[in-house]
Design a protein around this ligand. Structure first.
Ligand code: FES
Ligand code: FES
Length: 162
């Protein structure tokens, strides 16, 4: 099988990776770059556990061929915290008890991040729409929605204090 060298920026760091035509972005992130915060759930685009942000939009990384990620800018869950300081969305998930096993959490948090970047004051319906592709089998969605609402308030508060 032929391979191709792709260049991508992940969490602000430039990488070059030799990929096979059948590899997905999820394969590259987890198996080549060792960024295992992005989870492999269904591997068929149904669960959202593999959600990452590509050029500002959420993508199921299990559905994106690695070669299509050439030249793209990717944010994974590992890119959110600043050293020991968690991102306000991550803090809100903890504060609201919005996770149990945590398997869906990286994808949920990144869907929330993409939403709040685009729409800092989402309605409950906006939040439900944003996380519609992210399945959670154990926490349920009430605390997750509350966490995203709390993160929106906290982010708005810190922006107005600047
Ligand atoms: S692992 Fe990609 S959507 Fe489930
Ligand atoms: S916290 Fe377990 S699947 Fe969501």
């Amino acid at each position: 099988m032929t391979t191709e060298l792709i260049s991508l920026v992940v969490n602000g760091e430039a990488h070059q990776v030799l990929v096979k035509p059948n590899w997905t972005l999820l394969d590259v992130l987890r198996d080549e770059l060792n960024l295992t915060g992005t989870k492999r759930g269904c591997d068929t685009g149904c669960c959202g556990a593999c959600t990452v942000i590509v050029d500002g939009k959420t993508v199921n990384s299990c559905l994106m061929l690695a070669m299509k990620a050439d030249g793209r800018n990717i944010l994974t869950i590992e890119g959110l915290a600043r050293g020991d300081k968690l991102h306000p969305i991550q803090e809100a998930f903890i504060e609201k008890g919005a996770l149990q096993c945590g398997f869906c959490t990286p994808g949920m948090v990144l869907s929330a991040k993409a939403l709040l970047d685009e729409n800092p004051s989402p309605t409950e319906e906006d939040i439900k729409t944003a996380i519609a592709g992210n399945l959670c089998r154990c926490t349920g969605y009430i605390q997750i929605i509350e966490a995203i609402q709390a993160a929106a308030r906290n982010l708005a508060g810190s922006a107005s204090r600047r």
